[in-house]
Design a protein around this ligand. Structure first.
Ligand SMILES: Cc1cc2nc3c(=O)[nH]c(=O)nc-3n(C[C@H](O)[C@H](O)[C@H](O)COP(=O)(O)OP(=O)(O)OC[C@H]3O[C@@H](n4cnc5c(N)ncnc54)[C@H](O)[C@@H]3O)c2cc1C
Length: 312
């Protein structure tokens, strides 16, 4: 039987929804599912993890050097738990993409990236070429499988479970070559792009950092996260952690609104799993309209104020 350990993503206070999505992937693999919660003062997060359906046990490890999710420290702690498990899973968010390759290197295996479906305990589907091809990847059945889970492909597990929480002392030492200096979060109180249910995105058409302000304004009225195309990021209209797409974030909000974005394949690969896609582009032939559920051919600078006035 598979024994699966998921490394929880959280901010010290709240469990990120990506962890509940990893649980759904783990359920598809089948077997006993444990969640490791690392941090310092993480009782509330451990309780949230324990409430996820199908979880057998939560292992809470409190230690000063695990307080912030420094991959150098969390990977060492994960490696020291690895021998008890057949699978080690993390989300394919920025957090998981930072942590899991280190875990794989320490365990001595290749990482499987972006599991989107499970064929069996050692066989998985993952997208390549910006989602244009799907490959089956197999891991050796006798080795630990270390993988990231493509969060856009999985629904979050429900929260009606009641797993045991085991408090465990840290089994790793602080890394001497890496230390936490500080964290700056862009976007203030706006929902996190990778877990937001609504996202409003702007492209090159915005023309300047100042003009990009109308994207923030509409997003705030909708309670939405803010995204951008790579062209908008490269032009300096907004920070690069807002980039959506192949080399940015892969997201699956219920509602995605694209303003002045052409719909290049590298952008579209980041939004394929969105529920409803609304596109506004002044070019009626823009490729974004091929994947949009609702398309408006027109000037975003007049359409956004109209949207805003409808919202009051
Ligand atoms: C290896 C690689 C990786 C990449 N990764 C990414 C990625 O992760 N994410 C990403 O987004 N891109 C990525 N790109 C870049 C991608 O190919 C496109 O260049 C980029 O997405 C274009 O951004 P855009 O749609 O904002 O700009 P453009 O392609 O310039 O499109 C601007 C659009 O705005 C419309 N427009 C202009 N004015 C208005 C107006 N007033 N009102 C309404 N519409 C208007 C135009 O008709 C046009 O369709 C990658 C490219 C490569 C090669």
């Amino acid at each position: 039987m598979s024994r699966i350990l998921i490394i929880a993503e959280h901010d010290g206070q709240v469990l990120n929804i990506s962890t509940a999505k990893c649980v759904s992937c783990a359920k598809a693999i089948g077997g006993e599912i444990d969640i490791a919660v690392f941090g310092n003062g993480i009782d509330a997060v451990a309780a949230e993890a324990a409430a996820l359906d199908s979880v057998n046990k939560v292992i809470a490890v409190n230690a000063e050097h695990l307080e912030t999710p420094l991959a150098a420290n969390w990977a060492a702690e994960t490696r020291n738990m690895a021998s008890d498990y057949s699978h080690l899973l993390g989300p394919s968010t920025t957090f998981g993409k930072d942590l899991m390759p280190r875990v794989a290197a320490l365990v001595g295996v290749n990482q499987v990236s972006d599991i989107m479906a499970v064929n069996g305990p050692s066989s998985f589907k993952r997208p390549i070429y910006a989602g244009n091809a799907i490959v089956d990847v197999e891991t050796p059945a006798d080795a630990t499988a270390v993988a990231t889970v493509r969060t856009a492909s999985w629904k979050a597990a429900a929260g009606s479970g009641n797993a045991a929480i085991e408090q465990r002392a840290a089994d790793s030492s602080p890394a001497s070559h890496t230390r936490f200096v500080g964290m700056e979060v862009e976007g203030g109180e706006r929902p996190d792009l990778q877990s937001a249910q609504r996202v409003v995105s702007g492209g090159r058409a915005l023309g300047s950092e100042e003009n990009f302000g109308i994207i923030y304004s509409l997003a705030d009225k909708l309670g939405a996260g803010v995204g951008a195309s790579r062209a908008a990021v490269d032009a300096g209209y907004c920070p690069n952690d807002m980039q959506v797409g192949q080399t940015g974030k892969i997201i699956s909000p219920d509602l995605y609104m694209a303003f002045g974005i052409s719909g290049a394949i590298q952008h579209v690969t980041g939004i394929k799993d969105a529920g409803t896609i609304v596109a506004v582009n002044k070019d009626p032939e823009a490729p974004i309209f091929e994947i949009a559920d609702i398309g408006l051919a027109g000037d975003l600078f007049s359409i956004i104020p109209e949207f805003e006035s409808l919202l009051g």
